[in-house]
Design a protein around this ligand. Structure first.
Ligand code: BTX
Length: 328
């Protein structure tokens, strides 16, 4: 349930340029004027600068430059995504927390965010470096009414959301490297991990983990990834406000997810392919048996990569090794 404090922030932020009177807050939230005043004092302790003028009311002048449940909720324009936010300064992995919450009936759209992960997870038991206050380490709980075999589409969807935010809001030129790396200048700046709890024909819940390197300097990246990873700051030369970025991601995510449920996968497929790294180019694909040249043509409904071989056949690639950076 939304806290009273979050409701006050929402009310104030729906009216960002003008004041909202104590009486109106009191009417809408059914709490006393003195209770409102106490909540405002707590928000100020949280770093909010709130102006209160007699006979006019309150307005937020500035939100704190740190990620918290309140700061993310202030100005978040979604309808259902992020209505419940759990923020931790430090945790093993936001995926762990999200799984715990989801098995305990957390709502569709619950979001878990951490400033730092001490055991961040990548795919296939790989590690994901998540240093303190440098990036966005976040998990989204969804309860989609799609069959389990279509769940990989949610990873592709998430990749298009991140690429859209980087392109449209930050004016960068992101590429999506199949299946789920977001690249800037050929280097990984973001990864996505989708985990699911399902019965044979029904998804109980999905947890989508999103990691984005935001304000890392080159030296903040672990040594073993320095040559292949980057951050938004390294690429743009400036620091980014992580609260605003999270809000944008949640807003784009909600819209894209609704479009996907409405119109199906074709919208996602088209967008994914427009961002796809080396789509339309020839590369080498190494399978168990051999290495063959093929043109990468796009993605299939089940999330596989489509490759057209020299003999004209188009095959799905699920886990073949691709020579991404070679010139074929
Ligand atoms: P992945 O398996 O595609 O990528 C993991 C690989 O990426 C590692 O083996 C390493 O080479 C490289 N790597 C590790 N950390 C970073 C980093 N910070 N930046 C760039 N490259 C890196 C990708 O898995 C899925 C990542 C999901 C991370 C989110 S964060 C929130 C949520 N919680 C959690 O524990 N995981 C997800």
């Amino acid at each position: 349930m939304e806290s009273t404090r979050a409701k006050i922030i929402n009310l104030l932020s729906s009216n960002q340029d003008s004041y909202i009177s104590g009486q109106e807050i009191s009417n809408q939230l059914q709490i006393s004027r003195s209770a409102i005043w106490k909540h405002i004092k707590e928000l100020e302790k949280d770093g909010y600068v709130i102006e209160g003028i007699r006979n006019r009311g309150y307005r937020i002048l500035q939100s704190p430059n740190k990620v918290s449940e309140n700061t993310v909720q202030w100005g978040l324009n979604t309808n259902w995504l992020g209505k419940s936010i759990i923020h931790k300064e430090s945790t093993t992995s936001t995926q762990h927390i999200a799984h715990d919450l989801a098995t305990n009936h957390a709502d569709h759209g619950t979001v878990v965010i951490a400033d730092e992960q001490t055991a961040g997870k990548g795919r296939l038991s790989r590690a994901w470096y998540s240093s303190k206050n440098k990036g966005i380490w976040m998990s989204i709980i969804l309860r989609p009414s799609i069959p389990p075999y279509l769940a990989p589409q949610l990873t592709l969807l998430t990749a298009t959301v991140l690429a859209d935010v980087l392109k449209k809001e930050l004016k960068l030129n992101p590429k999506i490297k199949w299946p789920n790396d977001i690249l800037l200048q050929d280097k990984k700046t973001s990864g996505i991990l989708t985990e699911m709890q399902a019965e044979q024909d029904r998804i109980q819940y999905v947890v989508i983990g999103i990691g984005i390197n935001v304000n890392h300097e080159p030296d903040d990246l672990a040594e073993d990834i320095q040559s292949k990873a980057t951050s938004l700051k390294i690429e743009t030369g400036k620091s980014w406000n992580m609260t605003e970025l999270i809000q944008q991601i949640l807003l784009y995510f909600e819209k894209t997810y609704e479009d996907f449920l409405d119109k199906g996968f074709s919208v996602i497929k088209e967008k994914w392919e427009s961002y796809g790294y080396r789509i339309g180019e020839v590369t080498s694909i190494k399978t168990f048996h051999d290495v063959q040249r093929a043109v990468l043509t796009g993605i299939a409904e089940d999330g596989a990569l489509l490759a057209k071989y020299e003999d004209g056949t188009i095959k799905k690639v699920y886990s073949g090794e691709i020579d991404w950076f070679g010139n074929t």
